[in-house]
Design a protein around this ligand. Structure first.
Ligand code: G6P
Length: 458
């Protein structure tokens, strides 16, 4: 496989796998669910595709592997490069800049140097494995220089770039000294894709303003989704259903289970959600006997200081609420876990929850909102959704509530607890139909068709 080339190559910071070591010491890849990976992997099946990405190690051993028909080309990165490219420039500089929710974007020259170095390594690897005239599909803000670097190495290939997170306003981007280099790198793609029209407009405005007239990139909106049928089917597994019932009884079978499921990230509005619930308990509009808030958080980017500060803040809020509010049999008001859950456990949570509260301050899409409705095969349940998510553009039958206005979030939570089963069903049926008909295959097909038509141009 080492010398083979591929008509379609995906490039992302992370490979869609984790590696374990078998009894003979060989590395065994398994497809890891969640986020970008869960979205992109199904659309590559049967396409003779390769994927270039970081394998999560610093080992020098980067042997290609294959999983579910996708050829994987791992890139190993030293600890030092991970600290400066991933934790530094990607998640200390770019993530807060693009989300623009009040967390300061930090900058160090050495982070930028590592960003250029790592993106060059990824571009080089992609250039080696893409077939003549093939397509390279680059993902997300960690890889913004790759289209430009790859264009120089392989002028024959068609390049797509997809930006999974929001694209900030041009004046915000301008505060970063390297804004023109980043735009230049990304605008070298044939097509740049975004989640929302506003992201696409911001990109075009910034490119026009900072790069001038010589920009030929086509920018389009392609809202990402998930494999509705796969999620829906997996959530109907008898083990998942049994586990969901068990969870509800562990929680004391209250009338309403509010649910939050997120990466622990300051863009997700987790404190706002917990504090809205706390305010409702304090005012007596909800009681701890009747309700519980289950918050599952996956630890994320734990070496980045802003994430450490958020962890501490959430811990403090949860313990404050639970000191004050417990049910008569001692069950706390907030059941909080900060650990990576198995896929089946995650699905059981979605099945067991009544009211999913997605309160992001800013979110490219928010696939959790889509997962929740895909898991509601019985058509019950209520989705509360922040307007600052890409998902809110199309999931119009959710209760849309601004998480920065606590009373608005509180009133949506009250409305959800009072909603009749008939209204729940009407809204849930519409939400499920929306996600089912605009699933990940729809998303990938549109992008790949557009890229293919560029590839075959005269
Ligand atoms: C978001 C980003 C992805 C990223 C994911 C998980 O969805 O858009 O690019 O992979 O978060 O974050 P992590 O830092 O763990 O890769």
């Amino acid at each position: 496989m080492t010398n083979a080339t591929f008509p379609l190559v995906v490039v992302s910071n992370r490979l869609p796998v984790s590696f374990s070591v078998d009894e003979n010491g060989a590395r065994v890849p398994t497809l890891s669910p969640g986020g970008l990976v869960a979205a992109v992997a199904p659309s590559l099946q049967g396409r003779d595709a390769a994927w270039v990405g970081w394998d999560g190690t610093e080992s020098a051993d980067s042997e290609p592997a294959e999983v579910e028909g996708i050829a994987l080309f791992p890139v190993s990165l030293s600890q030092d490069l991970v600290e400066r490219h991933y934790e530094g420039f990607s998640n200390g500089t770019l993530w807060p800049l693009f989300h623009d929710v009040g967390v300061e974007s930090e900058f160090q020259e050495s982070w930028w140097e590592a960003y250029q170095e790592v993106d060059a390594t990824f571009a080089q690897r992609a250039a080696e494995v893409v077939a003549p005239g093939g397509i390279v599909w680059v993902h997300d803000y960690q890889m913004m220089l790759v289209p430009g670097l790859l264009r120089a190495l392989r002028p024959d290939v068609t390049i797509g770039y997809f930006h999974h997170i929001p694209f900030c306003a041009p004046q915000t981007l301008q505060s970063l000294p390297q804004h023109a280099e980043l735009l230049d790198g990304t605008a070298a793609a044939d097509i740049a894709g975004f989640q929302r029209k506003g992201d696409c407009d911001n990109f075009l405005k910034a490119a026009g303003k900072f790069l001038g007239a010589d920009v030929s990139v086509r920018a389009e909106t392609y809202p990402i989704s998930l494999d509705f049928t796969a999620v829906s089917t997996a959530s109907g597994d008898p083990h998942v259903l049994a586990r969901a019932a068990e969870l509800r009884s562990e929680w004391g079978d209250p009338r309403t289970v509010f649910l939050g499921v997120d990466r622990i990230d300051y863009t997700k509005g987790i404190p706002e959600r917990l504090e809205a619930y706390e305010a409702l308990l304090r005012s007596g509009q909800l009681t701890v006997e009747d309700t519980v808030m289950v918050q599952a958080g996956s630890p994320s980017r734990e070496n980045v200081p802003s994430y450490q500060a958020l962890r501490a803040r959430i811990d403090a809020i949860v313990s404050r609420i639970n000191q004050e509010f417990q049910s008569s049999d001692g069950r706390p008001a907030v059941i909080y876990s900060a650990q990576n859950l198995e896929r089946a456990e995650m699905l059981a949570l979605f099945v067991a929850g009544d009211v999913m509260v997605v309160s992001s301050l800013r979110d490219g899409m928010n696939l959790v909102a889509k997962e929740f409705v895909a898991c509601k095969n019985d058509e019950s349940g209520v989705l509360i959704l922040s307007p600052f998510t890409g998902a809110a553009d199309r999931m119009v039958d959710a209760l849309i509530a601004d998480p920065t206005t606590s009373v608005e979030l509180q009133s949506a939570m009250l409305q959800a607890t009072a909603m009749t089963p008939e209204e729940q069903q009407r809204r849930m049926v519409a939400l499920r139909e929306e996600v089912r008909t605009h699933d990940v295959a729809w998303w990938a097909e549109r992008i790949l068709t557009d890229l293919a038509s560029k590839a075959t141009r005269p």
